[in-house]
Design a protein around this ligand. Structure first.
Ligand code: FNR
Length: 384
């Protein structure tokens, strides 16, 4: 007799014309194992190991698109350059050899970048309004003169260049054999900087009301969809990751009300987004007052599109605290299963538990929950 977890997780799902064999997704997680932007063979094997052990869909760590201001790390992976693309091709083949599916997460960090950061030290940080995105952000949201992360507001040419870079990145991913893409529109990175009124102070068509602040994301989605349609047959989903919280402000809200969220989702769905990945630090927290629905729940309800939930599944402390070394204990997932059973959301992304135990999904799917290796911060230290 399969366990309740096995029953609920093992159901397939149609995601934008692609069948995901079960409901367990590997959350995108940067592992700093891509020297000069080239994903290592260890990283390819690490993704393949999760695919071989039951993960229905692997979403890669964030991968920089081909724009000089997109990133900030030498060992963060890139979706450009022959060596990096050959590396990703090896990773895709390794996942497919295990029968798995893999999406690339495409990333531009915007004003999280500091001038002088690698991999292109000469490039300035750019964002909707040049508002710094670090712990010392001025409460007014305006640039602080002596802030080392100060950059500049994007011109229309900058916007067009970055939209093109996302579209090229997606087409490249499609040609390399990835099964879909996720656009990183969460956590205070570039796309999210446009959503958030504090980082988006523009008075042109990309700023102002909620709908205008979603214009940049909608342009990215539309161009990405057009680019992948030109590269591969249908059935290559485009997912958008969203969050309220920012790396530099956990209490931030890009979407003050369900109506605001609905306006944004409508624009992105109209542009061609197939599904949404609603990133929360703790999945059990309600997104808006007056309802128990979490952000993925609201996203599914408002958009009618499949939604991925994420955030401390099976853990009692969030990932950001884990990164700073705080203790975290394993918990039950009955509450998550209740929500999955009621179709509040469709897919469940798992982050840290899958770093700690490559067999997390297989063990859940075969009633061997008790054999799962618990996550500890030490697991973050290596890619295995
Ligand atoms: C992350 N997370 C993350 N998110 C994202 O959209 N792109 C990324 O590249 C990363 N990188 C990253 C690295 C590491 C080491 C961790 C632990 C997390 C966030 C991640 O996708 C997920 O939302 C959180 O980890 C919450 O899920 P868990 O860990 O609570 O299951």
């Amino acid at each position: 007799m399969p366990t309740r977890a096995a029953q609920l997780f093992s159901r397939p799902l149609d995601l934008g014309g692609l069948t995901i064999p079960n409901r367990i997704v590997m959350a995108p997680m940067t592992r700093f194992d891509s020297p000069d932007g080239v994903p290592s063979d260890d990283l390819a094997a690490y993704y393949a190991r999760r695919a071989a052990n039951g993960v229905g869909l692997v979403i890669t760590e964030s991968v920089y698109v081909d724009h000089p201001s997109a990133g900030q790390l030498d060992n963060g992976s890139r979706m450009y350059g022959d060596a990096a693309l050959a590396g990703w091709s090896r990773a895709v083949r390794a996942v497919h050899a295990e029968g798995g599916l893999v999406f690339a997460q495409l990333q531009h960090i915007g004003m999280v970048r500091k001038a002088g950061d690698p991999p292109h030290p000469e490039a300035p940080a750019v964002g909707p309004s040049g508002v710094p995105m670090d712990g010392a952000v001025d409460p007014s949201g305006l640039p602080v003169d002596d802030n080392p992360r100060r950059g500049r507001a994007m011109t229309q040419d900058d916007i067009d260049d970055v939209v093109r870079a996302f579209a090229e990145g997606a087409a490249t991913a499609a040609r390399l054999g990835f099964d879909g893409v996720e656009l990183h529109g969460a956590h205070g990175y570039l796309i999210d900087q446009f959503f958030w009124s504090r980082s988006n102070r523009r008075t042109d068509a990309y700023g102002g009301g909620t709908g205008s602040r979603a214009r940049f994301a909608a342009e990215v989605v539309a161009e990405v969809v057009a680019a992948v349609r030109g590269a591969v047959p249908a059935g290559f989903p485009v997912v958008v990751r969203l969050s309220q919280w920012k790396s530099n402000d956990f209490d931030a809200r890009s979407f003050d009300t369900p109506e605001d969220l609905g306006v944004v989702l409508d624009k992105l769905a109209d542009a061609g987004a197939d599904a949404f990945h609603a990133s929360t630090r703790r999945y059990w927290q309600p997104a808006f007052a007056g309802s128990d629905l979490n952000l993925a729940g609201w996203t599914k309800k408002l958009s009618g599109k499949p939604a991925i939930t994420v955030g401390s599944v099976g853990l009692d402390n969030d990932f950001w605290n884990s990164l700073t070394g705080e203790a975290v204990a394993t918990t039950g997932i009955d509450g998550l299963l209740d929500r999955l059973e009621s179709d509040e959301f469709d897919l469940v992304a798992i982050g840290r538990p899958l770093i700690a135990d490559p067999e997390w999904a297989a063990k859940m799917l075969t009633g061997r929950k008790n054999e799962i290796t618990a996550f500890t911060a030490a697991a973050l230290g290596s890619v295995h």
